[in-house]
Write a protein that binds this ligand. Structure first.
Ligand SMILES: C[S@@+](CC[C@H](N)C(=O)[O-])C[C@H]1O[C@@H](n2cnc3c(N)ncnc32)[C@H](O)[C@@H]1O
Length: 198
């Protein structure tokens, strides 16, 4: 998830996220949708937040469902986790992601750190008006990587960088949805495919 203005330092107020964090709230709602089901964590999901706002940008925050602990569904708790993690300077001078608590890591260099952490999987760019996920078997089975924009969508540079890597556009229907709803629709589709293969 790419936050064009999302604050890369821990300097925001969890009680006023929309007003102080460059809309990190949009990304944190995606974290909840991607990592949590009603009574547990999706151990096979890893979430990356690319944070392009503020003086410490760009940075990236990674949460692995397989090893993260105490991930709670409410936005305030997620904001507190993000704030404490981003206040760390463990990534300064380091190459790639540095774990600062179980399953939660940070890196300098934003999108580039994420792409090198992911390796060669090209992935899909979720975009309004793109070919429908429902008509595509491509994301079924194996590893799938999905890139999402925030309330501002993707900037041209990011779009070009992802296209150069071979990421293909994929859509989830005719309307422009909130990013967290897109995450829920994609995971629901993948859950159904997984269940029908059993
Ligand atoms: C609220 S939308 C962004 C709207 C923004 N005003 C724009 O023009 O790009 C947030 C993100 O959700 C994803 N998204 C929204 N609707 C979608 C759809 N129908 N299919 C696939 N992705 C979608 C895209 O990644 C988008 O960048």
């Amino acid at each position: 998830m790419i936050g064009q203005k999302a604050e890369a330092s821990g300097e925001f107020l969890p009680d006023d996220l929309p007003g102080t964090s460059g809309r990190l709230d949009v990304l944190l709602r995606c974290v909840r949708a991607a990592l949590l089901w009603s009574h547990g964590i999706r151990e096979d999901v890893t979430v990356y937040l690319v944070l392009c706002g503020g003086p410490r940008a760009p940075r990236a925050l990674r949460i692995r469902g397989s090893s993260a602990r105490f991930i709670r569904p409410d936005e305030r708790s997620l904001a507190t986790l993000a704030r404490k993690t981003l206040a760390s300077r463990a990534d300064e001078g380091a190459d790639g992601f540095v774990e600062v608590r179980p399953g939660v890591a940070i890196a300098r260099q934003g999108l580039e750190s994420v792409l090198s952490d992911l390796g060669p999987v090209p992935g899909f760019v979720l975009e309004e008006g793109a070919p429908d996920l429902r008509d595509s078997e491509e994301a079924t089975g194996g590893e799938a990587v999905f890139f999402l924009g925030d309330h501002l969508g993707f900037d041209e540079r990011t779009r070009e960088r992802l296209a150069a890597r071979g990421a293909r556009p994929l859509g989830v229907g005719p309307r422009s949805l909130h990013a967290e709803d897109v995450v829920a629709v994609v995971l629901n589709e993948l859950d159904r495919r997984q269940a029908s293969r059993r």
